[in-house]
Design a protein around this ligand. Structure first.
Ligand SMILES: C[S@@+](CC[C@H](N)C(=O)[O-])C[C@H]1O[C@@H](n2cnc3c(N)ncnc32)[C@H](O)[C@@H]1O
Length: 195
């Protein structure tokens, strides 16, 4: 059975095939920890997931969720902006996931912001393994989300196609402001080191 899914779950389907046991992956927006849990399961016992959020409450919820599922030892939680991920992440990631917006049930003012999201996506792209992918779920149903979508699609359009392939996924028969997926893959033989 194959189903056309929304932005978030389409990304998950791709990650199920992409991420291998022992990989390193990054959850750039911890929130309630659902995505972090998914990534911890995908990287397996020998893998590692770096998880970022700027809100203590989000990391607390994520820690509790991972602990309850016996997955905490697969994760490193960072109370800092994803724009600073290159300062703490060592090695290369198979996947980096951004589920933008605000903490569900939290303060809407503490939403992700276009400028820092763009900086973080640029950092993430440089941390990817050849063949690795960044998945960005954007929510244009609110003003900052619309701004993020414009900025990040602009960034993706400007990427050198020798280094990256960038995909934009949208349902044509749903509301224009429904969530969208931007997926960017670092080409297998198009890394900076070969340029
Ligand atoms: C939609 S939620 C993420 C949902 C989450 N992935 C899950 O599975 O529940 C977005 C999160 O991004 C966080 N955030 C906002 N600005 C951020 C930043 N600069 N760096 C990292 N996280 C940020 C918010 O605090 C919020 O928890």
């Amino acid at each position: 059975m194959v189903e056309l899914k929304n932005a978030r779950f389409l990304g998950r389907d791709l990650m199920r095939d992409l991420i291998l046991e022992g990989d390193m992956a990054i959850d750039a927006t911890a929130g309630n920890g659902h995505d972090a849990l998914f990534l911890c399961r995908q990287v397996g016992e020998t893998g590692l997931v770096h998880v970022f959020d700027v809100q203590e409450e989000a990391l607390k919820r994520t820690r509790e969720r991972l602990e309850a599922e016996g997955m905490l030892k697969r994760a490193k939680l960072h109370l800092r902006s994803h724009a600073e991920m290159a300062d703490v992440v060592e090695g290369r990631a198979r996947a980096v996931l951004f589920n933008l917006g605000w903490l569900p049930g939290g303060d809407h003012e503490k939403t992700t912001r276009a400028e820092s999201s763009a900086k973080a996506v640029e950092a993430a792209l440089e941390l990817l393994l050849p063949g690795g992918m960044a998945f960005i779920c954007v929510y244009p149903g609110h003003e900052e989300g619309r701004h993020e979508m414009e900025m990040l699609t602009g960034l993706a359009k400007g990427l050198d196609p020798r280094r990256f392939n960038a995909l934009f996924s949208a349902f044509l028969n749903q509301r224009e402001d429904s969530p969208k997926l931007i997926a960017i893959q670092r080409n297998m033989n198009g890394g900076k080191e070969e340029a």
